[in-house]
Design a protein around this ligand. Structure first.
Ligand code: C2E
Ligand code: MG
Ligand code: MG
Ligand code: MG
Length: 287
């Protein structure tokens, strides 16, 4: 073990922490101009029905093309955006951009947009969604808003109002990352969702962990007893897919089918242009 420590690239704890703070402060300053500078873009990951491996929609995921640091993933960006309050502008941008794209897709395809607690707790959020739908012409039925449990815990009353308004507008509200929060069951008890998405930590331990399998089976049964469909994220191989199918999941997303792709690579985009059959060939390659 001494050898491992000796070879380690990481600095002593205190130093690393200071470094992390510096990095964050730096990024926070850059973030202010990044949105208006057009440094953000969305990538899209297909949501695939297990039944016939058809794509029914895409989840929009944010990427920051930083001029110096290169491509940054949301794990480095979203927390800073949340702490600085910039998530409100960033989230609004992502929502608008996702709806604008989806409006060019085949009309049966939906788009899923992630939200952070800060956004959902603002009373103007449903109004923003309404304005974006009006501006982009996207049918509300084609928009799914992904909500994490953190939102439902931090400001439950405000989030209840938001979820109910959105559902009344005809949108679908999805409980994202199910099972990873502090009180997944409480959340299901107190809020109404249209879908449940099981977190990828469970999917990725299907083959090695009997408890994960038990949790997934129960989550699907729970969903079904509420009459809501359950999907799973992070599916990377056929064995995981087979288990999820047998457990009763209706859909999945994951590298098995596709990593998140650029809008231009979406075969169902620019409707009514016919999709290029070469795209997603692998999705249909199986019986
Ligand atoms: P999420 O909403 O749970 O999205 C799924 C994440 O899992 C994505 O990571 C996706 O690329 C990754 N993923 C999907 N399939 C696989 C797989 O088979 N294997 C592995 N290893 N990973 C897979 P990404 O794009 O890095 O996003 C991370 C998180 O950042 C998202 O998790 C979401 O919570 C947040 N996020 C992304 N975009 C936005 C946004 O516009 N607003 C907010 N508030 N959060 C966002
Ligand atoms: Mg999500
Ligand atoms: Mg998720
Ligand atoms: Mg997740």
């Amino acid at each position: 073990q001494a050898e491992r420590l000796g070879n380690s690239q990481t600095r002593p704890y205190g130093d690393g922490l200071e470094e992390a703070y510096r990095r964050r402060a730096c990024l926070a300053a850059d973030l202010k101009t990044a949105i208006s500078d057009g440094q953000f873009r969305l990538v899209f990951q297909p949501l695939v029905r297990i039944r016939d491996r058809s794509v029914y929609g895409y989840e929009a995921l944010i990427r920051w093309q930083h001029p110096v640091k290169g491509l940054l993933n949301p794990i480095d960006v979203i927390p800073i955006a949340e702490n600085t309050g910039l998530i409100v502008d960033l989230g609004a941008w992502a929502l608008r951009e996702a709806c604008r794209e989806a409006a060019t897709w085949r009309p049966d395809l939906s788009v899923s947009v992630n939200t952070s607690p800060v956004q959902l707790s603002r009373s103007d959020f449903p109004g923003l969604v309404e304005a974006v739908l009006a501006d982009t012409g996207l049918d509300p039925e084609r928009l799914e808003i992904e909500v994490t449990e953190t939102s439902t815990i931090e400001t439950p009353d405000k989030v209840t109002v938001a979820i109910n308004k959105l559902r009344t507008m005809g949108l679908k509200v999805v409980l994202d990352d199910f099972g990873t929060g502090y009180s997944s069951l409480n959340t299901l008890q107190n809020f109404t969702f249209d879908k449940i998405k099981i977190d990828r930590v469970f999917t990725q331990s299907i083959e090695t962990d009997a408890r994960s399998r038990a949790i997934i089976r129960s989550a699907v049964l729970l969903g079904h007893s509420f009459k809501i469909p359950v999907l799973a994220e992070g599916v990377e191989n056929e064995r995981q897919l087979r288990f999820l199918k047998e457990a009763g999941c209706f859909a999945v997303q994951g590298y098995l089918f596709s990593k998140p792709i650029n809008a231009l690579q979406i075969p169902e985009a620019a409707f009514p242009k016919r999709p290029d059959p070469e795209h997603f060939k692998h999705l249909r390659a199986h019986p």
